[in-house]
Unconditional design. Sequence first.
Length: 240
Amino acid sequence: MSGLLDQVLDAHGGLDRWHNARRLVVSGRIGGELWGRRGQEGILRDARMEINPHAQHLVFRDYTAPGRRGVFDVPRAAIKTGSGEVIEERTDPGAALAGQTTTSPWDHLSVVYAAGFDLWGYFTTPFALAMPGVRTEEIEPWEEAGEQWRRLKATFPDGFAAHATEQVYSFNSAGLLRRFEYQPRHTGVPANVNYAAEHKQFAGIVIGTRRRMVAGDPDGRSRREPALMTVDVVDVQVET
């Protein structure tokens, strides 16, 4: 690992504390223009999620109906009953998004997959950058908001569900995540930029509780409005 990644991991609570976490249970409000464009306005307005910190697995509780569960588990997406019976399943949900535009409608399984890997990444960064097969390197810094942020470029292995094989993460002088950016592989837009703010500690693990995804320009600058996706965290329980 690079020296910057070591600093960043320590700033977010440290690898030892992260390795001891068995599950994150997250409550939050998820909104933004993205959902209306996809025909799914309000589907995650009051979201409660179970997240495996060490593998790409996330469950939306009470998904579309009380007791139902939306399950993102690479490489599958499924909707199940509370007892685990499969109601709907898609074995290659990423392929179903290929060729779509930014306004192509999504069904409930598309939301499970796209929101599942997106939110899994939100809540596991920066620790996911230390997972086996993920390569990182420090690149030139970025100036924004009157600050200079150090940056890591991460390259993800085959089979890793992410917006892009390469993503760039920016950290402030305290080592806290402030933004990450990528060229989406499915939508054809120039870039998306995600911002993290209002970092809080939950059982020693530091998480940005206010997230905003906006469109980016080719030069890397972001358009702060409209917010394509918003995440406001209400609570995080760290189970060991």
